[in-house]
Design a protein around this ligand. Structure first.
Ligand SMILES: Nc1ncnc2c1ncn2[C@@H]1O[C@H](COP(=O)(O)OP(=O)(O)OP(=O)(O)O)[C@@H](O)[C@H]1O
Ligand SMILES: [Mg+2]
Length: 83
């Protein structure tokens, strides 16, 4: 595995109460980088490439959002991917 400087840059910025957006061309190594960052932290992974996840997030109700927020409790990271 090639070490990525971006790994350390993102790691330094985690847990500051901010969202971090990672974007880039196809096959640039985004998913691999994110997986390495999530690996050691309890996280919620929301894959927006899956239709049911998209539906849950984009066409939602306050009750559904509360249910999602409930499943975030105690988790340190929430990751949402979409194309
Ligand atoms: N740090 C790395 N060192 C070596 N190979 C890597 C590294 N990061 C990713 N790769 C390889 O590059 C390929 C693409 O990686 P990855 O799937 O993470 O990219 P991606 O940006 O998420 O792609 P997509 O846009 O298709 O979702 C994979 O074969 C992966 O194993
Ligand atoms: Mg990917």
């Amino acid at each position: 595995m090639i070490e990525r400087l971006l790994y350390f840059k993102i790691q330094k910025r985690l847990f500051k109460g901010k969202a971090i957006t990672l974007f880039g061309p196809r096959q640039a190594g985004k998913s691999t980088l994110i997986e390495s960052l999530l690996k050691n932290n309890d996280h919620l992974y929301l894959n927006g490439d899956e239709a049911d996840v998209r539906e849950m997030l984009y066409n939602t109700t306050s009750a559904r959002l509360k249910a999602i927020a409930g499943s975030m409790e105690k988790r340190k990271l929430v990751f949402h991917q979409h194309s």
